[in-house]
Each structure stands twice: as C-alpha cells, then as structure tokens.
Design a protein. Structure first.
Length: 595
C-alpha cells in the first residue's frame, strides 16, 4: 500500500512563518477559535516547563500554485500548500500571540489574546488590569515575540522594575536581574520549541484522513464530508465561507432594524448550507462527491485533480451561493413551511427534510421560474409529504440524488409540478392513510411523538382547529406564535384517558402513552381536569357547550362522538382512524392548492 503519511518535527517558528507566507492554511475545520484565554495561558506554561503539547496533523493540498509577487509581498502562495486539520486551536493560539494578531471568536468578533508573564515567578496569567499596572509583569507577551531586539526589551523591563523597587525603598538583586534575563530569553526561545507533526500526503483520500484523525486524536470529533468542503472554501474562496458563517450565526438571534436569517423554525449550521448549495448548484446530494467536485476531480479520469475544473466549479458556486443565502429567498421559503402547518421547529424531526426542500424551492424559482404563489404551494406540499413519510432518513442521500437526477431531465415548470405531485400521490394513497398511518408506522405506537404525530398537529394548524376543551375559542395555531408561553407551555399534551385511571385499570406505560391518547389542550384547562375517568371529567369541561358545539369540537380534534364512554382499546382504534383522516384532509387541501 502506498505510504500516505510521514512523521516529522517542525519548530513553532517554522509553523507560524508557513502561516504568515500562506504556505500553511488554518481553515477552521473545528469551527472558529473557541479556546478560553486561560487555555492559551496553560499552553505557554506547558511549553515553558518543557511539557509535551501534542501532535499537529497537516494535510498536503493536491496542487501548489505560486503567485507572481510584486516587491516584497510575503504571501507567496495563492492557495496553501498544506492545511492543518488537527491542532488548529493550538496553532492559532501560538500564531496569534507570537505575531500579535487578532482571532475570530465563537461570536465572530475580532479579539486579541493577551497573556501576561512574570519573569521572577516564571508564571503566566491571562492579561487583566492588575498585570497591566504591575511592573513585575510583562502585560502582553506578544511584544517579546515581535521585538527586533530582545536585549533592549529585557533592559527596559529591568530598568522599570528597578525604579519601581527603588520607589518602595527596595532593591532588585543581581540574582533577580539575571533570572529576569534568563526567563525572558527562554520565553523568546519558545519559537524554537519543536512540535511533532503528522504529515498526510496529498494522495490520501478524505476517508483516510478522517480515519487517521480519529485514531491519532482519540479525543477529537470525527471529521465529516462537510468539514472537507468547508476546508476547500477556506483554501480557495475564504469570503464564501465567511458569508456562510455569518448567515448561520445570524439565524440564532434577532437583529433590530435589520433583515437577517433569524427565524422561529431552525438554527442554520454550515453543514445545512453546504447540503443546500450542493443540491441546488450541482445536483449532488452525496457530500463525498460534492467535496471531490470542488477539489477539481475529473470523474472521467478516475478522480485526477484538474485545477481548471476546480476553478469552473468554484465559479458556479460563487454564482449560486448568493441565492441560497439571500434572506428574502430564505424567508419566502420558511413561509411555505409554515403554510404546511409546521409553525415551530419542535414539529420538525428531520433537518434534512427542511434543507433539501429549500434546495427544491430554489430550483423551482430559478430554473423553472415558478411564481411566488406557485412555488409556495408546491414547496408546502413537498415538505408536508417528506416530513410525514420520513423521506430523508436512512439512505437519504441516494433518495435525494435520484430526485435531483430526475429533475435535471425536466424542461418546464409543468414538468416540475408533475414531478412533485406524482411522487406525493404515488405514496400518499388511501391505503397509506387507512392502513399505514393507523398502524405501527404511524399512530399505533407509544411515545411523545413521531413524524405522524407532528403531521397531525400540522394538519390541525392547516385546518384551523380550535384548542380542545378551551373556552376561549383560540386556534391551535395561535399558541405556536412567539410570546404566548409563560412559565409553562401554552400548549400541553394531555392524556385523554388519564394515566392514574388507566393504571388502576391494569394498563402498562406502553399502552397508557399511546399517541392516540394524547391531545393538545390549553394548560389552564389542564390544571382543572381531575385524574378521573373521561366519563366523569368530560361533562364538566363541556359544561356550557351545546351538542352542536361539542360535536364540532370533537370533529376538529379527531375525537369519536361518545369517546368518553368507550372501552380504552376501542377508543384508540377509532381515534387513530380519525387522526389519519385529519392528515388526509390537510394533504388534500395542500395538493389541491398545488394545482
């Protein structure tokens, strides 16, 4: 087997100079700089004491391109020759401190790492006001590494400390002065500290790199395909990666007077964006091939790297990524998800369903010129279907790739519409609603919820159902809106046949917690309901309603009339059918709107 790695050693100075010239890239494979400053302090302390600080793992890039330089431009490499894939936080710490550079923190703000050093105590501390004012301390050790004259720095520090001691009528002994000179010199010489480097060759496949990473660094998180794609972005289009990171970061918090990706349904991750753009721009669902594609692999020549192919594909990416990150597109799409009844992220079990549906939304808009309304209805239908049948679980990449390949063959919006509706209607047959949904793949299971339950709740939202037992006539959908929760959830699941009552009847937890035994009710009403048989509490909660109002409430919430007096087993069977029928009604509504 061809050797794909070697062991070597490099000094810290060699490594940071490689970074400075652009030969070695720090692509943030393991996210932005997340170490606390105290950990950086401990890193320097360990080095000063001669303790090991671990391996670095470097992967050679498949191509090396030298940039024509003008004058003395130190950045000789258009793209890095090597990339650091393990030890990024350590190397970033060393580079930032020794070069006096700022880093990007987890909130994507620039910050300086300030580490203080007391030469007489040989002690490091995170820089703060006390170490800044105390002449016993070098406030920021970056000046030790960036000075062109270490002797002058030592003399300046010693002079100030002598003056400080004299003002206190104390002396700085010759031994102390020698110790200061010795320790500051030793600190400066940390640039020559040698680090073991695990050098992976350019011919290694990403699967090999991931396996080596896991085996060498047992404390690390396994690398994924999207990590490699993000690495390529950092190498060849860093601006694109930063734009992705910004979009993802802004999805987690609102910004006053600014339209961003923030929303109530999902927090976006870079992997989510990568999945969308690979599907939308390149028709690829398997991220493994997305990585090879961006790397410049020529699939006709067994994956040989072709720089011109890489450039062509990055040009496509540069054109298509702005569509994915366009906040107007994003929020139009999210309205389609809400139109499908999914008003909260709590109802969405598969992020893949959300983001691959977004890719379809973009394809319909830009490739088939679908109008806003047409696209919304087709997107709502597809997401409702994909979520209900758990379309994007298991070997989902094969499923998506098959869909994308089929869509490539389409030429008109009518073709696309037929594609969406034919696949939905092929799966969501009468047998699906009458048999599958009422069985163990649907409601005939215990637990707090599954995709069938979430589709049922979404259906209540679509069909404008009112909250069960509520005296306020509020719709279920209203209590998914932000700001409706206090110290308890506005909507709570309630056992229609109470737990204590069923336990007394001899039922176990699996039977008690059947999904058909749950209903959403307003929690204020929930507190008034006793743990008695339904035949006892139901007349109490229905007090003041006439028979027409009661039957309408039951119909809206999939309750068989007379349910309160049914044997529990019969009730479950009847309610499962009614819950499945609610989903069918919602599906037919969405399907009709989709044309």
């Amino acid at each position: 087997m061809e050797q794909i790695f070697s062991n070597t050693t490099l000094t810290v100075n060699q490594l940071i100079e490689k970074i400075d010239t652009g030969e070695l890239g720090l692509p943030e494979l393991q996210r932005p700089f997340i170490w606390k400053d105290s950990k950086v302090r401990d890193l320097f302390d360990s080095m000063m004491r001669g303790y090991p600080i671990g391996y670095l793992m470097i992967w050679e890039c498949p191509t090396l391109e030298k940039k024509k330089t003008i004058g003395t431009d130190p950045h000789n490499y258009e793209s890095p020759r090597q990339v650091i894939i393990d030890g990024q936080q350590r190397l970033t710490s060393l580079f930032a401190v020794m070069k006096g550079k700022k880093v990007i923190n987890s909130k994507y703000d620039e910050k300086s790492i300030v580490i203080s050093y007391a030469p007489l105590k040989n002690k490091f501390e995170v820089g703060y006001q006390a170490t800044k004012k105390d002449p016993e301390w070098i406030y920021n050790i970056s000046e030790v590494f960036t000075t062109s004259n270490i002797t002058r720095l030592i003399n300046s520090f010693t002079k100030k400390l002598v003056e400080h001691r004299t003002s206190k009528k104390e002396e700085l002994s010759d031994e102390e002065q020698d110790l200061i000179s010795e320790n500051i010199t030793a600190l400066s010489n940390l640039k020559q500290h040698q680090l073991p480097v695990f050098d992976i060759k350019a011919n290694a496949e990403e699967e090999d790199v991931s396996e080596i990473f896991v085996r060498v660094n047992s404390g690390g998180v396994a690398l994924k395909q999207n990590d490699f794609i993000l690495t390529l972005l950092s190498l060849y289009w860093d601006e694109g990666r930063k734009t992705i990171e910004k979009f993802c970061n802004e999805s987690t918090f609102p910004v006053k007077d600014k339209s961003t990706s923030y929303n109530q349904i999902t927090e976006v991750t870079p992997q989510d964006v990568i999945r969308v753009v690979m599907a939308y721009a390149f028709g690829r669902a398997r991220l493994k091939y997305g990585y090879k594609l961006l790397r410049g692999a020529d699939f006709d020549k067994k994956g040989a790297v072709d720089v011109s192919l890489r450039d062509q594909r990055f040009n496509v990416l540069k054109i298509k990524l702005p569509d994915v990150l366009n906040v107007n597109n994003w929020h139009e799409f999210l309205k389609a998800i809400m139109n499908a009844g999914y008003l909260s992220g709590d109802l969405i079990l598969s992020g893949n369903a959300l983001y691959y549906t977004y890719a379809f939304y973009l394809i319909a808009k830009y490739r088939f010129n679908a109008s806003y309304n047409k696209n919304m209805h087709l997107t709502s239908l597809w997401f409702f279907y994909a979520s209900l049948v758990s379309l994007y679980t298991g070997a989902f990449e094969s499923t998506v790739e098959n869909h994308l390949n089929a869509i490539k063959e389409l030429t008109t919006l009518e073709d696309y519409q037929r594609f969406i509706k034919s696949r939905v209607e092929e799966r969501l047959t009468n047998d699906y609603f009458d048999i599958t949904l009422t069985g163990t793949e649907g409601f005939a299971v215990s637990g707090r919820g599954n995709n069938a339950w979430n589709a049922y709740v979404a259906s209540l939202n679509i069909l404008n159902a009112k909250i069960l037992f509520s005296k306020s006539n509020l719709f279920v959908s209203k209590l998914f809106e932000p700001g409706t929760d206090g110290t308890r959830k506005s909507l709570e699941k309630h056992h229609l046949f109470p737990k204590d009552y069923l336990k007394k009847q001899g039922y176990n937890d699996a039977m008690i917690n059947q999904m058909a035994n749950y209903a959403f009710i307003d929690w204020k009403d929930n507190m008034e309901i006793l743990n008695e048989a339904p035949s006892i509490y139901y007349p109490i909660v229905c007090k003041g309603k006439n028979i027409v109002e009661i039957q309408k409430m039951e119909e809206e919430n999939a309750l068989p009339h007379g349910w309160e007096t049914m044997p529990y087993g019969d009730f479950l069977v009847s309610r499962r059918k009614l819950m499945a029928d609610k989903i069918k009604q919602a599906f037919e509504f969405l399907n009709n709107n989709a044309g």
